[in-house]
Design a protein around this ligand. Structure first.
Ligand code: PTJ
Length: 254
């Protein structure tokens, strides 16, 4: 039993995820807004049946291929991501040869430092986004997320931005960067503006992206191109919504 969560509780897994975020909040890694954002995500996850859909698996494959194929991939990490999947972020960075950049919506130098320390405990090195000497502004963003590292997001061709707000996704699009996201809400602005959207809980999606990246690292360039050329984010999102609808229909008949 982990601090009051009995393993046989029907919602044990969900409670454990909440606990990670609550601990992250107490440790100064997650913002109060991050807790609200998680609640919104949970609502969509309920509709998905808290399972990775076939559409999410297709997006996971495309995400792995895009990151492996990139010249300069970067993984952008915020408070929620750091609290929920720190070891998987480090593993993914190693697997696809990406840098890690801390980039927050609710900017706070103190929280950035805490996130860096937290990720370092899991083996991350040379984390970007925290040295003021290298920060530069990307156009078209009103939030604090406009400040990015010139060696990281600014120079990247593929940017992984899980649990992101819509403004920056659009701004990164305009800069002709390939944007990959994880977002449980298939109708969020980010989900719709990204090039590859994995509609899944980050705690399920990240280990699967790592696993798929390991498998695809042996794939031929032809196979990689085939994956990337056949993936269509719009139609994948549309199929995801249909999956959600048919689950709701089924539940409504039970
Ligand atoms: O740490 P900061 O300051 O960078 O702030 C992080 C948050 C998440 C607060 C900030 O990025 C934010 O406000 O994001 P939004 O605009 O609320 O978007 C977050 C999206 O992630 C929403 O569409 C949620 O449904 C989704 N989401 C929340 N939790 C999860 C999730 N998607 C996948 N897995 C989750 N666990």
């Amino acid at each position: 039993m982990i601090e009051g969560i009995h393993p046989e509780h029907p919602r044990a897994e969900s409670l454990l995820i909440r606990k990670k975020l609550a601990d992250g909040f107490k440790d100064g890694i997650v913002t109060p807004e991050g807790l609200c954002a998680h609640g919104r995500g949970e609502a969509f996850d309920y509709i998905l049946g808290e399972e990775t859909t076939d559409q999410a698996l297709a997006a996971i494959e495309a995400a792995a291929a895009a990151l492996l194929n990139a010249d300069r991939p970067i993984l952008s990490v915020n408070g929620n991501t750091a609290a929920l999947v720190p070891s998987e972020i480090v593993e993914l960075a190693d697997e696809v040869g990406a840098g890690i950049e801390v980039n927050l919506f609710h900017e706070s130098t103190e929280r950035e430092r805490k996130i860096v320390k937290h990720l370092e405990k899991y083996g991350a090195e040379d984390i970007l986004g925290v040295d003021e000497n290298y920060l530069t502004e990307i156009p078209g963003i009103r939030s604090d997320r406009r400040m990015v590292d010139e060696r990281g997001i600014s120079a990247a061709d593929v940017v992984f931005v899980p649990l992101e707000d819509g403004d920056r996704t659009k701004a990164l699009n305009k800069l002709k960067k390939n944007v990959v996201t994880v977002d449980l809400n298939p109708i969020s602005r980010t989900a719709r503006a990204a090039d590859i959207t994995v509609v899944d809980n980050i705690v399920r999606a990240l280990p699967k992206i790592v696993e798929r990246s390991k498998e695809l690292s042996q794939a031929s360039p032809r196979r990689m191109n085939e994956i990337l050329e056949t993936f269509d984010n719009r139609s994948n999102l549309s199929l995801t919504l249909k999956t959600m609808l048919s689950r709701l229909r089924k539940l409504s008949r039970e």
